[in-house]
Every structure is written in structure tokens, then in C-alpha cells.
Ligand binder design. Structure first.
Ligand code: KIV
Ligand code: NA
Length: 264
């Protein structure tokens, strides 16, 4: 079997060739993403994309394990990173360790991701010192949308920059191997990327990051209202609609199954 991309290999890409990443929540898409991406994120965005929830807050450790397993089985080369869901890591470093260890043991993933900057530094250190690689996630952090009062692009006001910079430095010093910068104005993302020794992975955070990530279904055209920062590379929504319509017509007109699809 092929060796997977390792955490040190991702770290070594700081300032080098851009790191490529997409989300995946299931085996067939994982196999495709695996041929092109450096790491695959099993994001808690699966709450909305796979389960029709209206936020990530209802996602559980069990859901992350179900989808994380599918992605590990479906891929062979990329590093697989699994999101720690809301409620599974904030309370204490030891609670975070227990849940992260369970996620790693039951999925076979290579790292976990958790949201929060300075406030999560102690936890990030606790995990990394005990063998669990952690990817940070700062800027717009969807799991704290109720506290932040929605989903606003971060850093529009330069008074907030020192807080975001301190978050980035804290996450890096705590031992995170990379950090997602989400929903952040370009000059702040550029400043942070230049400030810390670990790769920054942008989503809605400009090209001035060490890598990029998008939600796969957003870039494939399955989200009817994609955010502004998404470039839509495919029209899967339209193509699935057409395929399903054609199938329905064929069944109704008795042209499916046809001669080719029958056991004689
Ligand atoms: O859950 C997710 O998909 C994510 C990425 C968008 C970074 O956290
Ligand atoms: Na997430």
C-alpha cells in the first residue's frame, strides 16, 4: 500500500508549493480527492451538507467517526484530518484527548482539527505532546457563531487584528502543525501567514496563505447558494437533476430497464 502524506510533510510546505485540500465525507468522493489533494478534511460541515442541519452545532463525535472511517477507507495517499465537533473538546484538555484519541482509533485518520486560538492553546499542547497532531482553525469559527452573532468576515476593523494575530501565534506555539484561516480579509491573512512558522490553509482568506481548502460540494455546484469566496468548478447539481429526470421519464415510459439491463 502507498504511504500517506505525513504531518511533517505538510509542515515542510510552509512558504513553498501551495497545499491543496478539499473536504470529503464519503468513500467515492474521497477516492477522487485523494488523487489530487495533499490532505482531505472530514469537516463538521457534513452536518449541513450530509445531514441537512442548519449549523455545525448538532454534529456529534459518532457522526464524525462514521464519515471519517468512510473517507479513510476510500483514500490511500492523502493525509486525512477529522474535525472535532462542538462539545467534544472545549471543556478540558483531558476530555479533548479522550475524544480525539477515539476519533483517531476508530477512523484511522492522521490528525484532528479544532476551532479556537489562544483559548485552545493549552488543549492543542496537551494533544500534540501525547501523539495527536492538531490542525488549528481561527478567524471565522462557525462553532462559536452564537457568541460572535453570525458569520462575519474577520479583520475588517484593524483593531481586531492583534487578537487574530495572537490567536495564530498561540496555536503555532502550542504545537499545531497547520492552521485554517477562515473568513478573513486578505491583508490580515497575509500578515498572519508571514508571522507564524506553520502553514496557513485559507478558506475565504485570499491567496496569501500557504494552502487552500473548499467544501467539495460547494465547488462542485451542489450548493444552490454558495458563499462569495467559493469558485464553482463543476455543475453537479444540474447534472444530477438531469440524470434523475431522465431516469424518472424512462421508468414512466417503460424504457428502463431495457434489453441491456435485463437478466435473461
Ligand atoms: O467543516 C469544514 O468543512 C471546515 C472547512 C471549511 C475548513 O472546517
Ligand atoms: Na469545520
Amino acid at each position: 500500500s502507498v504511504r500517506r502524506v505525513s504531518v511533517p510533510q505538510i509542515m515542510a510546505r510552509k512558504g513553498g508549493d501551495p497545499i491543496v485540500s478539499l473536504t470529503s465525507y464519503h468513500a467515492h468522493t474521497a477516492a477522487i480527492v485523494d488523487r489530487h489533494a495533499d490532505f482531505i478534511l472530514v469537516g463538521d460541515s457534513l452536518g449541513m451538507v450530509m445531514h441537512g442541519m442548519d449549523s455545525t452545532l448538532g454534529v456529534t463525535v459518532d457522526m464524525m467517526i462514521t464519515h471519517g472511517r468512510a473517507v479513510v477507507r476510500g483514500s490511500q495517499r492523502a493525509l486525512v484530518v477529522v474535525d472535532m465537533p462542538f462539545g467534544s473538546y472545549e471543556e478540558s484538555p483531558s476530555a479533548a484527548f479522550r475524544n480525539a484519541a477515539r476519533i483517531m482509533q476508530e477512523t484511522g485518520c492522521g490528525a484532528v482539527k479544532l476551532e479556537g486560538g489562544a483559548r485552545m492553546a493549552e488543549t492543542i499542547r496537551f494533544l500534540t505532546e501525547r501523539g495527536i497532531p492538531v490542525m488549528g482553525h481561527i478567524g471565522l469559527t462557525p462553532q462559536s457563531s452564537n457568541v460572535m452573532g453570525g458569520f462575519r468576515t474577520q479583520g475588517r476593523d484593524s483593531e481586531s487584528w492583534p487578537r487574530h494575530e495572537a490567536d495564530a501565534v498561540a496555536v503555532a506555539e502550542a504545537g499545531a502543525f497547520a492552521v485554517v484561516l477562515e473568513g478573513m480579509v486578505e491583508p490580515l491573512a497575509a500578515r498572519i501567514t508571514g508571522m507564524i512558522p506553520i502553514p496557513t490553509i485559507g478558506i475565504g482568506a485570499s491567496a496569501r496563505c500557504d494552502g487552500q481548502i473548499l467544501v467539495l460540494e460547494d465547488m462542485l455546484g451542489l450548493n444552490p447558494r454558495p458563499p462569495k469566496f467559493v469558485k464553482v468548478y463543476g455543475d453537479l447539481g444540474d447534472r444530477i437533476e438531469t440524470a434523475v429526470r431522465n431516469y424518472a421519464e424512462d421508468v414512466r415510459s417503460r424504457s428502463f430497464p431495457g434489453d441491456d439491463e435485463v437478466y435473461r
